[in-house]
Design a protein around this ligand. Structure first.
Ligand code: ZN
Length: 132
């Protein structure tokens, strides 16, 4: 797995209140279905774990998504926009509302609700755990 992607996993996990590091791996739950997911301590995804961009990357810079992207600092890779999701959920999202785009009201609602779920799980990352 690419080092850049590992860093994004670790960024998501460090700021996820449900994530705990034990026995050399991170354990958390899928943002969608709360299934248990595992990521190696170095950020390598295990099993069904995938990295989810809560507000789809393609929505950034689009006016219809401006209120959503502003909530994550207009940065798709901001920790607030990153979550661990199982492959089935992440893929299902990708082929449904993401594809419809931010001009679709229903798609915006679904993403807004997902972002609320993500922010409800927010915890401030420890400063000495900075990415290097
Ligand atoms: Zn899931």
């Amino acid at each position: 797995m690419r080092p850049a992607l590992r860093r994004l996993f670790l960024r998501a996990l460090a700021s996820d209140a449900l994530a705990a590091r034990e026995d050399g791996e991170w354990r958390t739950r899928c943002l969608h279905c709360r299934r248990r997911l595992h990521v190696r301590a170095d950020g390598e995804a295990l099993g069904h774990a995938t990295l989810e961009h809560v507000v789809p990357q393609a929505w950034f810079g689009k006016r219809a998504a401006a209120t959503l992207t502003a909530r994550v600092g207009d940065d798709a890779n901001d920790a607030r926009n990153l979550a661990v999701a199982c492959a089935g959920c992440n893929h299902g999202k990708g082929v449904s509302h993401d594809a419809r785009g931010p001009q679709d009201e229903r798609a915006r609602e679904v993403v807004a609700r997902l972002l609320e779920s993500r922010l409800a799980r927010w915890r401030a990352p420890e400063t000495d755990d900075d990415e290097g």
